[in-house]
Design a protein around this ligand. Structure first.
Ligand code: ATP
Length: 139
């Protein structure tokens, strides 16, 4: 079955939304395959966000993502990559549909980075790559 890498980002972690995110994942019927709390290193973030290197929001994004603990989660289930992105909602939390994680808990805080509570892998190839970054033992 498919796996996806989910991060509860520093904003979500600091606001105590990890349990809420886990509850929605479980309520949807996806299984938890791995879970860890850690403060990301620059190296992990450079690998994770390689596709965004050079973009205007890249440095602020790395600074934000390394500003405190995150919860890294591997979820499992048929089509869970697409399914979790649907649970998460649109990248811009102002536009994310109510009922989604970002729609229910996110908003624009006027910062250079969209603080949008969660990350979810966007394709099977990126899921495999990202699981290898955050959980080398599962690689
Ligand atoms: P994620 O990868 O975190 O699930 P996503 O796939 O919806 O989000 P990406 O385009 O991969 O969005 O961007 C990664 C992250 O970079 C976003 O989640 C957001 O925090 C930040 N970001 C993306 N685009 C912008 C932007 N235009 N301005 C500020 N921050 C942005």
């Amino acid at each position: 079955t498919e796996r996806s890498l989910v991060l509860v980002k520093p904003d979500g972690f600091a606001r105590g939304l990890t349990g809420e995110v886990l509850a929605r994942i479980e309520r949807k019927g996806y299984r938890l395959a791995a879970l860890a709390i850690l403060t990301p290193t620059r190296e992990q973030l450079a690998a994770h966000y390689a596709e965004h290197e050079g973009k205007p929001f890249y440095e602020p994004l790395v600074a934000f993502m390394s500003s405190g603990p995150v919860t890294a989660i591997v979820i499992e289930g048929e089509r869970c990559i697409e399914g979790f992105r649907s649970l998460a909602g649109a990248t811009d939390p102002t536009k994310a549909a109510p009922g989604s994680i970002r729609g229910d808990f996110g908003r624009d805080w006027g910062k250079p980075v969209q603080e949008n509570i969660v990350h979810g892998s966007d394709a099977p190839e990126s899921a495999a790559r990202e699981i290898g970054i955050w959980f080398p033992s599962l690689g």
